[in-house]
Design a protein. Sequence first.
Length: 161
Amino acid sequence: MPDETQRVLTAAIKTMEIYDYSYRRNINKLEGLTARYWPELTQYLTLQSATLLELLIEYGSPVLVVQAPSDAKQLMRKVGSNFLKKSKIEAVVASASNSLGVKGIDAEQEQLRALCKEIRRLQKKRQHAKGKVEALTQEIEGVRKMTPVLGKMTAAILFVI
């Protein structure tokens, strides 16, 4: 029987895996939906980016971005902060007006918004769970000694196997 330390770390890893699995599954769904409704978007922003997710949560379609381009730019500047170049923001808005995607109906836009909200929620839960695993690796001497070579996650997983 594993000791309590191993059990705690195992439970933390398994919790992280729950969020990670759902997150990845929903990212795959988002890939299909963006390819249908706004295929150009992923040329500029990754599916995992907070900027892409928040933009789709707020607008749900390129048509609505075109209707409020300055608000969309402001949102992207706020979410992307210093990591998102002005040229990329401009390119995203331009791609909205020239998109070859299917114009989504209201129900499809709501579906896309709901999916993006769930992905953002899972991103945060996943990051919190990962932080918990990483914190536990610092508390366990054997794992802590392995982390410089293997990294925190690999060391944690090897420790509980």
